[in-house]
Design a binder for this molecule. Structure first.
Ligand code: CA
Ligand code: CA
Ligand code: CA
Ligand code: CA
Length: 379
């Protein structure tokens, strides 16, 4: 075989050889019925990635799996590109010479040919925030902030429901923000669970208001007020209407102050409700009434008489005293004045004076007496 190279091989085993040494072509025609295993004798021309199969009188070349060609020439098959791979739909396909590799996608686990979803939530493989809810999905997971929090799931912040008015507190409740929630408490003067608050009627209870007994309690929304009852003034103390003349008793009635008011009582001789008092009818007989009327007139006359008498008597006494003083002064002044001049009575012991002198002295005397002693009388 070193010297001869195969030139032709027929299906019948005819083999043509030629010699390299002498370049002389010689052809042998052997008609032998002997099969030659080309594959075993390396006489085949199969490609590297082909399988040689000896057959009776010949051989065949078939490309290996993962290769394609006529056997004498085989090239790699790109299973990934041709989508003839065996990878799971959730796997990545990587072509290699003569084959391909499969690797599960992130979020999946398996050998590549079979991949299954990883439950990141139960296997603690998620990165959700503490205040978030993890939800497993096919090949992944999602994080959603819990109720009362906001964010993108990995980081969650508390929602201030009171600040953004998203709370459900009653309008008469105070809102208190808490982590992940909020609370409502009814304002003072209201009762309820915070979501619903109703006004407390402080006036219905005896201990829920501090109105005095002399005041009326008026319930208001969220509170109450105290109003002094009629008849009571500052600090709900009793008003003395009788002394303050703010009563409406009859002028013929007595006003009696009482706690929180007053009473009107008709005076003696009158009858009525105190505010209107009429004189009682005279129960005396006609004769008594007549007598009474006369007596009254007589009494009036007597009173006037006595008064007049007293005035006259007083004037007389004053006149008498005045006369005595005049006399006394006349003597002390040693005025030779005749008392008869003053009182119209003659006195013969006095020396005789001229009429003009008498008149002058008398005038002087009268003036002195009137000035010093009898001013009241002259007046
Ligand atoms: Ca391949
Ligand atoms: Ca998953
Ligand atoms: Ca909150
Ligand atoms: Ca109230």
């Amino acid at each position: 075989m070193d010297r001869w190279r195969q030139l032709h091989r027929s299906r019948y085993g005819n083999i043509s050889y030629y010699s390299n040494s002498n370049r002389q072509r010689a052809q042998l025609h052997l008609y032998v019925d002997i099969n030659i295993d080309e594959c075993a004798t390396d006489m085949d021309n199969c490609a590297e990635h082909a399988t040689c199969t000896d057959i009776e009188g010949s051989y065949s070349c078939n490309c290996d799996i993962g290769y394609t060609g006529d056997g004498t020439e085989c090239i790699d098959v790109n299973e990934c590109e041709l989508q003839v791979d065996s990878c799971d739909e959730n796997a990545n396909c990587t072509n290699i010479d003569g084959g391909h590799n499969c690797s599960c996608l992130p979020g999946y686990s398996g050998n590549g040919t079979y991949c299954y979803d990883i439950d990141e939530c139960t296997t603690d493989m998620d990165n959700c925030a503490q205040k978030a809810t993890c939800t497993n999905t096919d090949g992944s997971f999602s994080c959603m902030c819990s109720d009362g929090y906001t964010g993108y799931g990995v980081v969650c912040y508390d929602i201030d429901e009171c600040e953004n008015n998203s709370d459900s507190c009653d309008v008469n409740a105070d809102c208190n923000n808490t982590n992940g929630s909020f609370s409502c408490s009814c304002k003072r003067g209201y009762s309820g669970n915070g979501a619903t608050c109703t006004d407390m009627d402080e006036c219905l209870g005896e201990v829920s208001n501090d109105c005095s007994a002399a005041a009326d309690c008026l319930n208001t929304a969220g509170s109450y007020s105290c109003h002094c009852k009629p008849g009571y003034g500052t600090n709900c103390s009793d008003v003395d209407e009788c002394s303050g003349r703010s009563h409406d008793c009859s002028k013929n009635a007595e006003c009696l102050n009482i706690e929180g008011g007053y009473n009107c009582q008709c005076s003696t001789g009158y009858t009525g409700n105190g505010k209107v008092c009429e004189a009682l009818p005279d129960v005396r007989g006609p004769e008594e009434q007549k007598t009474g009327e006369n007596g009254s007139n007589l009494g009036l006359i007597s009173g006037v008489t006595v008064a007049g008498f007293l005035v006259v008597a007083t004037l007389l006494i004053i006149g008498f005293l005045c006369a005595l003083k005049i006399r006394k002064h006349s003597k002390s002044m040693k005025v030779p004045l005749s008392i008869n001049v003053a009182f119209g009575k003659p006195n013969h012991n006095l020396p005789a004076l001229s009429e003009s002198t008498k008149q002058t002295r008398l005038t002087l005397l009268q003036r002195q007496i009137q000035k010093k002693t009898c001013t009241k009388v002259s007046v």
